[in-house]
Design a protein. Structure first.
Length: 373
């Protein structure tokens, strides 16, 4: 027995020495700092000419007939060895909208997290980071369409928590995490939510993500009411396939469910004890040349009881966006036309009443991206 223990100890020490030798280079490894960011501005004209000057149902491109600043972002990424630290800061009108769950000076924080590779296949991340839910992102340079979908707008945008990412193989990745909830730097209640993701790559260029978040999210700040014992779950599927150098097709589908199994229901919650929302979107992007392309998004979204941000809504939307690249690809000019049609009166008219079933906007966005890499 002692020989076995001695052999096990020797094996462990030898392995530790090998690992230390691998982690101790001949020269001290230096960290790498990357600074990147972007500035975006836009102009949108709403054919309804809304009296409020706002585009109803939009997330960031809310201004009608006004040259508007969107977002100013600066991201610092420092990597050394197995560790990476990210400080992703945003400023401007859309910063408060995107980071609305943060308070005070923390409003500028879009992401701030530490990531560490425990092994070549297992990564640990803790802090505030962007959500795994959805096809689109807050960052304008990373989306083909400038205006964001209803699926994106009904969130979540980000989480504060911890997660493990495991690269099981070249074709399968897994993630599981624990977060404070939806869109908040701190916890809105004393309950945590669980996140999970499976990333499949059947063939090169074809990615599929199956995403989920679930937990007790009661609190008016999270827009799920104030009913203790309630449970919120969101299932999300995204997929993208690069058919060739010019053509890319993407899909996003989501289904959310709110259930209040308690007698402590807040009477101010106008939705039922068992409500749901969801929808789907199709993306087709075509690059006719390195400097010009077109992107089409069609979408249907349904929130019949108004569980999420916009109140009761069932709407279909079509968005056509051009993509013109100049200044060595750093400056993107995106002319865009969008048409929304709701089942009921939802959009604002020129007299200030929400009596329109349709809304059409035309405009353009200007996005400049930079990086020290």
């Amino acid at each position: 027995m002692k020989r076995l223990l001695s052999l096990a100890a020797a094996t462990f020490l030898a392995g530790a020495n090998i690992a230390n030798a691998q982690e101790t280079p001949t020269e001290e490894a230096k960290g790498a700092l990357t600074i990147s960011g972007y500035v975006d501005a836009y102009y949108q004209y709403n054919l309804n000419n809304p009296e409020s000057g706002l585009n109803q149902g939009r997330i960031f491109d809310t201004k009608h007939n006004s040259i508007a600043l969107g977002l100013v972002q600066t991201m610092f990424t420092y990597s050394k060895g197995r560790a990476t630290v990210v400080a992703d800061l945003t400023f401007g009108p859309n910063a408060e909208l995107g980071n609305f769950g943060n308070e005070g000076t923390a409003k500028i924080i879009k992401q701030a997290y530490l990531s560490y590779d425990l092994t070549p296949k297992l990564n640990f991340t803790i802090g505030q980071y962007g959500t795994h839910i959805g096809y689109e992102l807050i960052d304008a340079p990373l989306n083909y369409n400038y205006s964001l979908s209803y699926l994106f707008g009904n969130g979540p945008f980000y989480h504060t928590g911890a997660k493990l990412n495991f690269a099981a193989s070249e074709k399968l990745g897994l993630m599981v995490g624990v977060v404070n909830g939806w869109d908040g730097l701190t916890d809105f209640n004393n309950k945590k939510s669980i996140t999970a993701q499976a990333h499949l790559t059947p063939v090169p260029g074809f990615d599929m993500y199956v995403n989920w978040i679930g937990g007790d999210e009661y609190n008016t700040l999270s827009n799920f009411g104030n009913s203790r014992g309630s449970y919120t779950s969101l299932y999300d599927f995204t997929s993208a396939y690069q058919l060739n150098d010019a053509l890319k097709v993407g899909v996003n589908a989501a289904y959310g469910h709110f259930y209040s199994g308690t007698s402590e229901r807040n009477p101010e919650d106008y939705w039922s004890d068992d409500a749901s929302w969801g929808g789907g979107a199709l993306y087709i992007n075509y690059a006719s040349s390195p400097v010009f392309g077109l992107g089409l998004r069609t979408e249907y979204f349904s929130d019949p009881e108004g569980v999420r941000y916009f109140g009761p809504l069932q709407v279909a939307s079509v968005t056509l966006t051009g993509d013109i690249k100049v200044a060595d690809g750093n400056l993107n000019i995106k002319p865009e036309f969008r048409f929304d049609k709701a089942t009921d009166d939802f959009f604002e008219s020129s007299n200030g009443l929400y009596t329109k079933k349709t809304q059409a906007t035309v405009g353009a966005a200007f996005i400049y991206y930079f990086s020290t890499e």
